[in-house]
Write a protein that binds this ligand. Structure first.
Ligand SMILES: [Zn+2]
Length: 223
């Protein structure tokens, strides 16, 4: 029997065990602090058929190609494709026109330069949308942080702060909005209960299509 590739076990104050198959075809386990490891192992054995099915699906998905940072290569921002264009101008800046225009001065460390650009842009966009939805819903985060997460688009801390991966800003604005609303509702409702989804639906009646888009595009997370 093939070994189940468990990437990590995350212990927290949650009350149930959740198994997640990542876009990297590994398993992440989320479990309460006190549950013994032997119990988690038994659960993985019990769910084995489901896990293997999911892993196979993940492996068959189109994988996002790692960026090579070459002229014309596509970078996604708010659901639009921007071909990379490296210019000779010496400002040392990155600008977005109909292309992602990067000064040649940044070329030696272009990977980090573009990532920093995404983080800054993600902060601007996500902060503005989050404030808008906080006003609409009355759910207000204690803090907002842009993370480097590859596992999840957004998360909610026990202190009422929200984290969003900068990678989210590759997705269309309607999808960014869904992740924001999802996390804002978690400020009041920490689980994925019926009550949680009912509240999400009340705020965003078409959330299912948006959620499906994210599930189909999880490979953007690995970029
Ligand atoms: Zn959630």
């Amino acid at each position: 029997m093939p070994e189940i590739p468990v990437e990590k076990i995350i212990r927290s104050r949650r009350r149930t065990i959740a198994l997640e198959v990542t876009p990297r075809a590994t398993v992440i386990v989320r479990a309460p602090h006190r549950v013994p490891t032997s119990y988690i192992e038994a659960m993985i054995r019990e769910k084995r058929a489901w896990i293997i099915k999911k892993i196979t699906e993940m492996k068959q998905r189109p994988q996002a190609a790692a960026h090579r940072y070459e002229e014309g290569e596509i970078f996604w921002f708010l659901g639009r494709a921007y071909p990379l264009h490296i210019t000779d101008e010496t400002s040392g800046a990155i600008t977005r026109t109909d292309k992602l225009v990067v000064s040649r001065m940044l070329e030696p460390d272009i990977r980090n330069a573009i990532k920093r650009w995404y983080v800054a842009e993600a902060h601007t966009e996500i902060h503005a949308r989050c404030m808008y939805y906080a006003m609409m819903t009355g759910y207000s985060p204690a803090s907002l942080r842009i993370s480097d997460a590859r596992q999840r688009w957004g998360s909610c801390t026990s202190r009422g702060g929200l984290n969003f991966s900068w990678r989210l800003v590759q997705a269309p604005l309607s999808i960014v909005d869904y992740v924001i609303v999802h996390e804002l509702v978690h400020l009041r409702q920490h689980d994925h209960s019926k009550k949680f989804w009912a509240k999400v639906e009340e705020l965003m009646p078409d959330y299912r299509q948006r959620r499906d888009w994210l599930r189909a595009h999880e490979q953007l997370l690995v970029i």
